[in-house]
Design a protein around this ligand. Structure first.
Ligand code: ADP
Length: 614
């Protein structure tokens, strides 16, 4: 209600101010016009008064100056111009339409004057300017009259003003209604703001203001709206700041999570085993790069694909299918061993494990591990047992056979007795060597073989080994040669272990040789080391075999080497012994042309005693 009143007062006072301003403007315009007419009238009268009478009052039928004034008048208020005698007779006159020339005034002696002629003859009052005609003999006066401008507040104009007032009276409520209608959205906006403030609950001040009945009226007006809008904007900017802070915090925690997840992924990628995670539907959701060398399938082909799309291994597929159908059981774990179709040389272990949360399953984790080494070792172990059994069985058979021979006839026949004893001794020696090698290997692997290194004169050691091997070489018809300088530098070795290494090399050089071949045991001294070489003219080996001969249980499967008894431990043991002495074993070999096995040992600095180098 109050707002309506204020609105009406506002509009009314606005119209009153407009009316006053318009009135003042009109009055001012009227005054200026009157002044202008006065200047013009007096000027014209003075100019006309200076003209000769004949020009002003021409003969009958002739145009005078007054006619030209009428014709060329530039003032719409021009009423008349006349030349009059004092007695009231007009000698010449012109008048604009609707104007009558009034009787002249008594001419003032002083000259030019003006007077107002009331609006009785004419409908409007007239301002007249007059003055004596200088050239006339009698008393003549020149007169010019102008209509007075209309008064803005003429009673005659009352109906007109009444009409305008009525129009305004009707306009006021119309304007008010229009303004009110235009303000309606603002009021609605205010209402909305109040609702939002009440809902957000973050502005107790605004809520209080809205609830206060004293403020109820003012809330509806524009001031109240602006007030609320300001407060709402404050509240909104505070909320935006809060949200910004929350967003910064959540961004930071997001980054932390991302960092953690990246770190975890990096850790998983570094694992030596390949990992696959399958979702409950059987599609791969995560795979580490290791699966490519293990399964021979690129990660890109595996990700987001069902098992059937990438897995070419029936064992793995069967396990994953069985595992999926087994349901959610944390204990269900399954491991298989297989040769992957993509990399047939490899042997893999695949272990599947259910991934379970509190109440739901996340899928299956598959760990793929390279079991090639273990597989080969297992195979080698099995081969070894079979081999050792065979190696032990054949000498035992021979010993048994010769034992029987001795028992049956050997006592009487000295030749049989000697032969039987020799064979039995050889076989015992063979078994002894095998058992010794096995014992040494096991000691090496248990770490209980500790070399007791002493300063040793190498040529003595080499000569001993040479002597031991000589009878075996002669038995096989092989020439054995020793090429060792007497003043060879001393080395620091464990004599017993080193003797085993030398014997193995010499035995192999004789064993993998043909009758009539040769074996050379040589030693040379370099700047920093001593090189002991066992050179033979035997069967040699291929570069691939040469790479592998120091592996445990490795034996060349060539027909030539295979037929010679052995158990693949000699070179493994020799290499280990050389490494225990911080030396190096190198092998040069050519298939069919012989081999050179070289041991490189560090030289010991020479001892000087009594000026003599030892
Ligand atoms: P073993 O002689 O008992 O089989 P080794 O470890 O001593 O075991 O030798 C491993 C393999 O290396 C042998 O089976 C043989 O084929 C090959 N080999 C060793 N020495 C020689 C050699 N001097 N010439 C040719 N082949 C050799």
């Amino acid at each position: 209600m109050k707002n309506n009143r204020i609105g009406l007062i506002l509009v009314g006072s606005m119209l009153a101010v407009i009316a006053v301003v318009v009135t003042l403007l009109l009055q001012r315009q009227q005054t200026e016009h009157a002044e202008q007419v006065r200047v013009q009238g007096l000027g014209m009268v003075r100019s006309l008064a200076a003209l000769p009478v004949a020009v002003l009052v021409p003969g009958k039928g002739q145009p005078g100056v007054l006619d030209s004034i009428l014709a060329y008048r530039d003032n719409p208020d021009f009423a008349y111009a006349a030349v009059s005698q004092d007695n009231g007779r007009n000698l010449a006159e012109v008048a604009s339409a609707g104007a009558l020339v009034p009787p002249p005034a008594v001419l003032a002696l002083t000259g030019f004057a003006e007077r107002q002629v009331a609006a009785d003859q004419n409908r409007r009052a007239i301002r007249e300017f007059y003055g004596p005609l200088a050239s006339a003999d009698e008393k003549l006066q020149v007169r010019i009259g102008y209509f007075e401008p209309r008064s803005p507040f003429n009673m005659k104009d009352l109906p007109f003003y009444a009409l305008i007032a009525l129009a305004m009276f009707l306009l006021v409520p119309l304007i008010y209604l229009v303004i009110k209608r235009e303000m309606a959205p603002l009021a609605a906006l205010g209402e909305q703001l109040r609702t939002v403030a009440a809902q957000s609950g973050a502005s107790p001040a605004l809520a209080a203001a809205s609830a206060d009945p004293a403020n109820a009226d003012s809330d509806a007006d524009v001031r109240g709206l602006a007030h609320k809008l300001n407060r709402y904007l404050d509240q909104a900017s505070a909320r935006i700041r809060e949200l910004e802070q929350e967003s910064v915090a959540s961004m930071a925690s997001g980054r932390l999570l991302e960092y953690g997840s990246n770190k975890m992924q990096a850790v998983l990628q570094c694992l030596p085993d390949g990992l696959l995670v399958l979702d409950p539907a059987g599609e791969v959701t995560f795979a580490t790069g290791k699966i490519e060398p293990l399964l021979g399938v690129p990660v890109a082909e595996v990700l987001s694909q069902p098992v059937e799309a990438w897995c070419r291994d029936p064992e793995l597929r069967a396990m994953l299918a069985r595992f999926r159908s087994a349901g959610l059981d944390t204990r269900s774990q399954m491991t298989i061993e297989f040769n992957p179709a993509g990399v047939p040389d490899k042997r893999l272990w695949a272990t599947a494990q259910a991934l379970l949360g509190h109440s739901m399953g996340y899928g299956t984790l598959v760990v793929l591990r390279d079991a090639t080494r273990e597989h080969l070792a297992r195979q080698a172990g099995n081969d070894f047992v079979a081999h050792v059994a065979h190696e032990l069985k054949s000498p035992l058979n021979v010993i048994g056979m010769y034992g029987e021979m001795l028992a049956d006839a050997g006592i009487d026949d000295p030749a049989v007795r000697v032969e039987a004893i020799n064979v039995i001794q050889d076989e015992v020696e063979r078994m002894n060597s095998l058992v010794n090698n096995l014992l040494n290997v096991s000691k090496l692997e248990m770490g209980s073989m500790r070399p007791e290194r002493h300063r040793v004169k190498l040529d003595d050691l080499l000569r001993d080994a040479f002597q031991q091997a000589r009878s075996r070489a002669e038995n096989k018809g092989i020439r054995l040669e020793l090429q060792v300088a007497r003043d060879l530098a001393a080395v620091s070795v464990d004599k017993d272990l080193f003797r085993i290494a030398l014997n193995n090399l010499l035995n192999n050089a004789i064993k993998y040789n043909q009758s009539g071949g040769s074996v050379v045991l040589a030693a040379e001294e370099g700047d920093a080391d001593v090189v002991i070489a066992v050179r033979d003219s035997g069967i040699g080996m291929t570069p691939e075999d040469r790479e592998r001969v120091t592996e445990k249980f490795f034996r060349v499967r060539e027909s030539g080497a295979e037929q010679r008894g052995g158990h693949g431990l000699g070179l493994y043991l020799t290499n280990q012994i050389v490494e225990l002495h911080h030396g190096r074993l190198t092998i040069d070999s050519e298939l069919g042309h012989g081999s050179v096995f070289s041991i490189h040992l560090k030289k010991m600095p020479a001892l000087v005693e009594g000026g003599q180098v030892l």
